[in-house]
Design a protein. Structure first.
Length: 189
């Protein structure tokens, strides 16, 4: 018996797993609503290295397509990221259309592929199971702003506190103390 079997908590799995068996999807399709629980949102925030995932809901439809399945729908989320300039919290609303394909055959490639307008992301069918929740989580990860920025007002506050490069060099200069005394002749120290 392996360590993972003895202690399943050590085996990382998808934070928001929603497995759907292929055999349970009717020919006319299957509609699902997926909503992340508070525990799942906390785990997703840790995974994405952001302060908070406040909400995550997706309405999807799975339909048979060739030897796989087509997943369409819409995902909406409220997240908090950290400003890349000021470290202030940045609230973001994510509203993304979903259009993915689950397929038993997924070509693995070392190089990054650029998808054209009509191309679908292809996700693997694990046996005869597709993890719709993980597909939604991955879509959220891709939709996050890679360079979140705080409002202009918040950034103005931070800029007010920053020194210019010249001011920083002057402050670290051995003559900085002498310049301060020259500017404040009252100080006898």
């Amino acid at each position: 018996m392996s360590d993972a079997e003895l202690n399943p908590a050590k085996t990382p799995g998808p934070e928001m797993s929603r497995p759907v068996e292929a055999g349970k999807v009717p020919l006319h399709g299957l509609e699902l609503t997926i909503e992340a629980t508070p525990k799942e949102r906390t785990a997703l925030a840790a995974r994405f290295q952001i302060p908070d995932v406040r909400s995550l809901v997706a309405n999807v439809k799975l339909e048979p397509m060739g030897n796989g399945f087509l997943m369409t729908g819409r995902m909406k989320a409220e997240v908090v990221q950290t400003c890349v300039i000021s470290s202030h919290p940045v609230e973001q609303t994510v509203d993304e259309a979903l259009k993915l394909q689950f397929s038993p055959v997924v070509e693995e490639s070392e190089e990054e592929l650029e998808l054209a307008e009509g191309d679908l992301d292809i996700l693997p069918l694990a046996g005869d199971v597709m993890d719709v929740g993980e597909a939604v989580a991955e879509t959220l990860a891709l939709a996050l702003d890679p360079y979140p920025r705080a409002s202009d007002e918040a950034l103005a506050e931070v800029r007010h506190l920053l020194l210019t490069e010249e001011e920083d060099l002057m402050a670290r200069s051995p003559f900085a103390g002498l310049a301060q005394k020259r500017n404040k002749p009252d100080d006898k120290g």
